[in-house]
Design a protein around this ligand. Structure first.
Ligand code: ACO
Length: 431
């Protein structure tokens, strides 16, 4: 698109002055351009949705300049300090904090949906031992639509609710089965006497011959990480869930699509990439070399766990995770972990570097989380699966909001076509 084209196609102010401005509760106003094409034959162009609000939502608010994150209006710092993952899940799904009996009912419902259909467990045997757990988890979640027919009616509020509880409850069981398959151990069944995170650790680290002692600090750390991962408004995977679901596809397929989107290193896959990067950097003496590479436009290397589309300030989640990192490593007697020292030194160098300052690049949620997972004995390839467990709540909350939105439509963007104009087919012999 040349500048000349730009001038020719730009509407003058009077052309667009009748566009409606919509105001939210917080954050920038939006220009409603839904009638732009029908009235002016114009599209808007915004690759990556940098300036586009794709929907109206009541779930999560982010102020990226100030480093603010609110779930249903509650600051994430307060929830991280005083709440727990199951309560946060309730809040995100239903919009309000539960009273004691509501929380108890919700918690019981989640506990009683943790088992998988046995046929689904057998599906794992079809995967190679070295299959990436994200490949297994997205495939198994997609296959839930072949097992749980009672929740396929997206127009039934009750079916939607059962689906929500079921998938939140089963994600840890699926994640643990993927892990067990990769290490060749028998699957462990969930136990109804354990909390959400205790159960996860049990299914990961117990074997039929011996129960693993569940470490309360590990439970606290996982619960915190799941709270911080639970939602982040219209991020790539959540938008994917909304988009896939907008066609009326069953919710398991929509969540499976979200899991696949999360896997990318620019998104949730960054936690795995951060750890691999730290191992590759290896020592503080190599930091300058890698910082130089991150700044080099001709080098595809990026500082993983740094930068964010929305945060132009310290990601509030990264601060909380960094503190938990110290707590977990202290408790494990590894306060002087070389990996944490390297990460802290890397952060320090980057935060004082002109390039990172000018571009507002700060550590994001993925920078420190892998160090915690590693200290808990969770293998690197499972890190993004752990993220998916927490984010499932957000995906489900957004899917439910999307399905019941009276303005809901199938997501179907348009494009600026820059290909060939119409031309005639040439027979093979004449080419
Ligand atoms: N290292 C080096 N340079 C970076 C980094 C980084 N981690 N992140 C952004 N930049 C630079 C870009 O090269 C670009 O420079 P330019 O303006 O000179 O071209 C500028 O900062 C803006 O970056 P964009 O890629 O345009 O920003 P965008 O909002 O599209 O991308 C993203 C955000 C994908 C998170 C990016 O910062 C990144 O790739 N970070 C590393 C991967 C990562 O940690 N992802 C996890 C994000 S959190 C999450 O999704 C859970």
């Amino acid at each position: 698109m040349t500048k000349e084209h730009c001038k020719l196609q730009m509407p003058n102010t009077s052309d667009v002055s009748n566009l409606e401005i919509q105001k939210g509760t917080l954050g920038p106003d939006v220009i409603d351009i839904t009638k732009l094409y029908h009235e002016k034959s114009l599209f808007t162009y915004d690759p990556g949705f940098v300036s586009t609000a794709s929907c109206r939502s009541k779930i999560t608010y982010i102020d990226g300049d100030e480093g603010v994150l609110l779930y249903r209006g509650y600051p994430v710092e307060q929830l991280a300090k005083s709440s727990n993952f199951i309560e946060v899940a309730y809040l995100l799904l239903y919009g309000e904090l539960p009273n004691k009996s509501m929380l108890n009912d919700f918690s019981e419902s989640i506990i009683h949906h943790t088992m998988l259909n046995e046929g689904m467990l057998r599906l794992f045997n079809g995967f190679r031992y070295d299959a990436h757990p994200m490949a297994m988890v997205s495939a198994i979640v997609g296959s839930m639509s072949a097992y749980y027919h009672d929740t396929m009616d997206i127009n039934s509020a009750r079916a939607r609710e059962i689906f929500a509880h079921r998938i939140i409850a089963k994600l840890p069981t699926i994640a643990a089965a993927a892990y067990k398959h990769s290490v060749g151990q028998p699957f462990m069944y969930p136990s109804n006497s354990l909390s959400y995170c205790e159960n996860l650790l049990h299914m990961f680290f117990s074997v039929p011959a011996e129960n693993n002692n569940i470490d309360p600090v590990a439970v606290e750390a996982l619960d915190l990480l799941f709270i911080l991962h639970a939602d982040h408004e219209q991020n790539c995977s959540t938008s994917t869930v909304r988009m896939a679901g907008s066609s009326g596809a069953n919710p398991y397929s929509a969540i499976a699509a979200g899991i696949s989107a999360l896997w990318g290193p620019a998104h949730g896959g960054a936690n795995e990439a951060v750890l691999k990067m730290l191992v590759e950097i290896g020592s503080k003496k190599n930091i300058e070399k890698y910082i130089a590479r991150a700044k080099d436009k001709d080098d595809p290397f990026r500082l993983m766990g740094f930068g964010h589309r929305v945060y132009k300030n310290y990601d509030p989640r990264a601060k909380i995770i960094r503190d938990m990192c110290h707590k977990v490593l202290n408790q494990k007697g590894r306060a002087d972990s070389p990996l944490l020292e390297l990460a802290l030194a890397l952060e320090d160098v980057a935060l004082n570097d002109e390039y990172f300052i000018e571009k507002n690049l700060y550590p994001n949620v993925d920078f420190y989380s892998g160090i915690i997972y590693q200290a808990l004995g969770i293998p690197t390839s499972m890190f993004t699966v752990m993220f998916a467990i927490g984010r499932t709540v957000g995906w489900v909350a957004h899917w439910r909001e999307m399905i019941t939105d009276p303005n809901g439509k199938i997501s179907r963007p348009r494009q600026l076509y820059i290909g060939e104009k119409e031309r005639n087919y040439i027979n093979l012999d004449n080419r």
